[in-house]
Ligand binder design. Sequence first.
Ligand code: HSE
Length: 415
Amino acid sequence: MCIAGIFTYRKEEETMKIAVLGYGTIGSGVVEVIRTNAESIARRAGEEVEVKYVLDLRDFPEDPVQEILVHDYNVIAEDEEVGVIVETMGGTKPAYDFVKTALLKGKSVCSSNKELVAAHGAELIQIARDKNVNFFFEASVGGGIPIIRPLNQCITADEIQEINGILNGTTNFILTKMADEGADFDEVLKKAQELGYAEKDPTADVEGYDACRKIAILTSLAYGKQVDYEDIYTEGITKITAEDFKYAKKINSAIKIFGTSKKVGDQVYAMVAPQMVDSTHPLYSVNDVFNGISVTGNMLGDVMFYGAGAGKLPTASAVVADVVAAVKHQGENVSITWSAQKLEITPVDEMENRFFVRVGESEKEKISEVFGEVQMIEAGIAGECGFITPPLKEKEFVAKAESFATLITRIRVSA
Ligand code: HSE
């Protein structure tokens, strides 16, 4: 059963029936994108796309979707007419079971769910391969920005040397507002929550957990092996202050939170942390809720991906692009290089960075004695000094910083 004129187009035999799991922001966006761009989607997919079911625990009596709403996943899983399932539920329970069941039953799955992909990506890709269907997840990183397909299918002649990404729109919005308004974190977070830019519980965003899952996915794709997100050192933005921005501005820099991974020799490093970024850096101008991802290949050099990293229609656009790919590739698995073999991430202690440091004025004399040749920054803040260290391993920095009883903060400086 479907709603004629809204969810169906042309002849039944030319139609791919799909189901959408979760009618939240992204799921409802998927239905809207399919409805709005039905003709061009059909042209590109080679057949019509019809939403046969939407699964949600809730009812939507005022919405035409109510007519195709189901509360029992088995209705979808058991329906052989459904060839593609869109998973926009978020979290791993019950999304993991639903997606695995769908793939095992020979249905392709398109997911926007970074928690699911980061935790179970390798396994779900393998099941899709075994069943000759597809598991696509373009929207799981960077919202509407194409980055998964470029990494998997375009930048294939290169060794990826480095990925740096502003991967979280909420924190980028907060940091941009802190820079523009000279305000502190708590104040801007409160405003962002009032405006609906930050969740009531902002922990996953502001503590960097969301960006951590996203850089784990990108690093797994870059090196073809499973990166466990628990292995990635993750630091959020809650300790960044208005004073830090005063120093950053003095040296034409912004403060951003990056998901970073890089290969140095045989070692792969990965980290999520705030970075001081100078105005020549490609990610410096990525502001507000936008995301930006810079990828460095050993032949290609730098490429940059920029756009809406979140939001209903941009994210749904990426999900529906996956649906188009799944329809086009019926009966054919599109290979994704991401095996279950674990990629060992080198302990962060060994990673080399420069650090912006603030210490009390009373310890000024000690700075060059401990850190050698530093770049002092004069931001006019009484009672303290700010400076940038030469490159140091993280463990060396920690050892040296212990000499300072008045250490106020430290932020890494992006090269
Ligand atoms: N909370 C995420 C963000 C949503 O702010 O970027 C998109 O993954």
